[in-house]
Design a protein around this ligand. Structure first.
Ligand code: SAH
Length: 474
């Protein structure tokens, strides 16, 4: 079958694959032109690396199980709504995962397992997530249930394993929350070791159901190799890996550096990163759980120096305090890995007016068929007399992080009182994200825009924005 002509029955409702009907070379050109236009004031973009086969690449697949018009169904959330659209196959997701999820569905009836009904809060199965390790071939199935009581779970796993011997581990995640986050913190391992492993650039990584891990492993290798290459390491450098997730970039760069310091906000990711470093027998790396901006400001205040900085922030880009501290610390090179071209352009403006020059920039298509694209940029510090000095007073930098200013509960209560309706944590997280406020709770979402999460209704967006203004967070 000609892949160019592949059609998807839920294309319009899902909204994830904006480029499904465009020839892949055209898609790449569009993405490249878009990024080129945005970063033109600062540098030339040298090109884009696409995939040989831009389909079925996603190594993480999630389906929601629930009721729709009184009938059980499984699939994806329709874009900007909470309706579940039946989905048996997705053109960008690992086909093994689709087959497993379809089998879970077919087993439900004989095991008398009911899907969860959000309205009545009756039923058990809420989501199924499948993650695959490309090089190891390991497969993890996470069954998200509303209650810990899962009758005949062992027989269910046996039956699923029989249909799919490729499954290496099965986990039950108990999520009784009423918001729309897929995973909770409560997990029971039903079969196998409870996580999978994968390899990237010759290093091994542990991936549990909640870990952030890039969704396109083929392109990730290309991206990380370029990033490490850009860093020009000789073995003598002190390197900072900011927004480090489970430690991937720092671990891959550690062989070529004297020392690596990694900083990441999410505690679970930091734990995984430490395990990954010791599994790869790496001794010259240390991990800190902190807001990257705050961490940098502290380092700058202490007069600490680093030679090279990798920064790989979420889509909302880096923070002003991070960049200001960076400009004080003056690393020789900065390698900026970005999945948000608009925020990249914004941050490049600050970095270039602060004495850095963009040496190279290129795109890697990590998310074929969708509108998203990754860019990697190398900046180098100019000689002091080559650049305009900017005045930065560290004491003026508010590095507390806006997200600490009002709790979710406070925002919910405020909205309830003023508008008379309830907003969920996910609603708040989505609106905060729109305004560039970093989210801890969204850690189990992929870095790419997750089209499978229901979007916040406009009326609620307005109310939450009002609250954020009230609490001076935007
Ligand atoms: N470099 C990693 C992760 C990139 S995703 C990789 O390639 O796999 C961006 C990461 O930034 C996420 O792990 C997220 O938890 C983290 N993050 C978000 N806001 C942050 C902040 N303010 N400070 C530090 N880390 C943050």
């Amino acid at each position: 079958m000609d892949k160019k002509k592949m059609t998807c029955p839920v294309e319009k409702k899902c909204g994830g694959c904006r480029y499904l009907n465009l020839d892949y070379s055209e898609e790449l050109k569009n993405k490249e032109d878009y990024v080129r236009r945005l970063i033109k004031p600062y540098c030339r973009l040298s090109g884009i690396t696409g995939m040989e086969d831009p389909f079925f690449y996603r190594n993480k697949v999630t389906r929601v199980f629930g009721m729709e018009k009184g009938k059980p169904v499984y699939g994806i959330f329709e874009e900007k709504s909470h309706r579940i659209v039946k989905t048996e196959k997705c053109l960008i997701e690992d086909e093994r995962a689709d087959a497993i999820i379809n089998s879970v569905w077919s087993l439900l009836r004989s095991f008398k397992i009911r899907v969860y009904d959000e309205d009545t809060r009756v039923g058990l199965l809420r989501y199924v997530m499948v993650r695959t390790g490309r090089l190891t071939g390991e497969v993890m199935v996470t069954l998200v249930t509303a209650s810990p009581v899962f009758p005949s779970k062992q027989n269910f796993c046996k039956a699923l394993k029989k249909l799919h011997p490729e499954i290496t581990t099965i986990v039950q995640n108990v999520n009784s929350r009423t918001d729309s986050l897929v995973l909770s913190d409560k997990e029971n391992v039903l079969y196998g070791k409870g996580f999978i492993e994968d390899e990237l650039c010759g290093k091994r990584f542990k991936i549990s159901s909640k870990s952030f891990y890039q969704v396109n492993p083929i392109q990730t290798e290309i991206l990380y190799r370029k990033a490490v290459d850009y860093a020009g390491l000789t073995g003598k450098e002190r390197v900072l890996d900011a927004y480090s997730g489970i430690g991937t970039i720092g671990i891959i760069a550690s062989d070529k550096a004297k020392e690596v310091i990694s900083v990441e906000l999410n505690g679970d990711a930091v734990k995984d990163a430490k395990i990954n470093a010791s599994a790869n027998k790496i001794k010259n790396i240390s991990f800190y759980k902190n807001d990257a901006g705050k961490f940098m400001v502290d380092m700058a205040k202490k007069g600490e120096k680093v030679d090279v900085v990798f920064m790989d922030p979420p889509r909302q880009g880096s923070s002003e305090d991070f960049i200001k501290a960076l400009l004080i610390m003056k690393p020789k090179r900065i390698v900026y890995v970005s999945c948000g071209p608009e925020t990249l352009a914004r941050d490049l403006k600050l970095l270039t007016s602060g004495g850095y020059k963009v040496e190279s920039a290129e795109c890697v298509d990590m998310f074929p068929k969708t509108e998203h694209v990754e860019t990697v940029v190398l900046l180098s510090q100019q000689k002091p007399d080559d650049h305009i000095e900017i005045e930065i007073n560290l004491d003026e930098i508010d590095a507390t992080g806006a997200e600490t200013k009002a709790t979710y509960k406070k925002i919910q209560n405020w909205v309830q009182e003023k508008y008379g309706f309830h907003v969920t944590n996910l609603n708040i997280a989505q609106v905060k994200q729109r305004h560039g406020i970093i989210e801890r709770e969204n850690y189990n979402k992929p870095k790419s825009e997750d089209s499978r999460q229901p979007r916040c209704p406009e009326e609620k967006v307005k109310a939450i924005e009002d609250a954020l203004r009230h609490f001076q967070m935007i």
